[in-house]
Each structure stands twice: as structure tokens, then as C-alpha cells.
Design a protein around this ligand. Structure first.
Ligand SMILES: [Zn+2]
Length: 134
């Protein structure tokens, strides 16, 4: 057997390493880390996609207020898709030990918010347009 500290060979029966003086410990079975019965950790892609879409659509919705009105249409479409993806991701996270739950909830919030902001942007736009045309 060999010293665990310095690697020197130690005769059986010795209690201390002759090289470095480290107390010799009898060979112990190395405890195997218990593998929890968990499926391989997969990120909840649906929830993450929903969150990403929600963030992009909310950015579009905000930008549409200032620059490009048609971005609000894109924001509404993406926000609806983001809402659906996040809702699916949320239901999946319940089957995946809560994986992606935060992302799914964040995706729901941002997606719905983006749709609301974009719709308000469109309403404001058409109100302004109607006022300008009358
Ligand atoms: Zn040693």
C-alpha cells in the first residue's frame, strides 16, 4: 500500500508513513456519491424560448412607441407566441422538477406585457392618426 500523502510505499502493519510521517489509514471503500434518481438535467427549452421571445417582443413594443409603428404588430405576434411557449413551458416545468419555472413565468409576464404595450401603442397611433385626418 502507498502513502496517501506522499505516495511512498508503506509496509503492511505500519501505522505511520516512513517518508513523511502521515498516519496510515486502512483502505476504506470510497463512498460513492449517491446519484439521485433524477433524469438528466435538461434545460426547459420551451420556457427559455418563451422568456426570450417575451423579452424581444417587449423591446419591440417599447421601440414601436418611438420609432417604428409596425414593430408593435411584430411585438403583438411575438408576444402571443411567447405567451403560448411560456404557458407550455410552465406546464412542462411541473413535470421537470420545476426546471425552467422562473423562465416560464418571466416569459409569460414579459410576453403579455409586450402585447398590452403594443396594443396601446397601436391605439394611440390610430387615435393620433384619426385626429390628424379629421
Ligand atoms: Zn508519506
Amino acid at each position: 500500500m502507498f502513502c496517501k500523502s506522499c505516495g511512498a510505499q508503506i509496509d503492511e502493519g505500519q501505522t505511520v508513513c516512513p517518508n513523511c510521517g502521515t498516519p496510515v489509514q486502512p483502505d476504506q471503500p470510497v463512498p460513492q456519491p449517491v446519484q439521485p434518481q433524477q433524469p438528466v438535467h435538461q434545460p426547459n427549452k420551451m420556457a427559455v424560448n418563451g422568456l426570450v421571445l417575451g423579452c424581444i417582443s417587449i423591446a419591440f413594443a417599447v421601440i414601436s412607441w418611438f420609432v417604428l409603428w409596425w414593430l408593435s404588430v411584430a411585438a403583438i405576434v411575438m408576444g402571443i407566441v411567447g405567451t403560448v411557449l411560456s404557458a407550455v413551458g410552465l406546464s412542462r416545468s411541473n413535470h421537470m422538477q420545476g426546471s425552467g419555472k422562473g423562465a416560464a413565468i418571466g416569459g409569460l409576464v414579459t410576453s403579455i406585457l409586450a402585447v398590452v404595450v403594443a396594443i396601446i401603442a397601436l391605439i394611440v397611433l390610430f387615435t393620433v392618426l384619426a385626429a390628424a385626418l379629421s
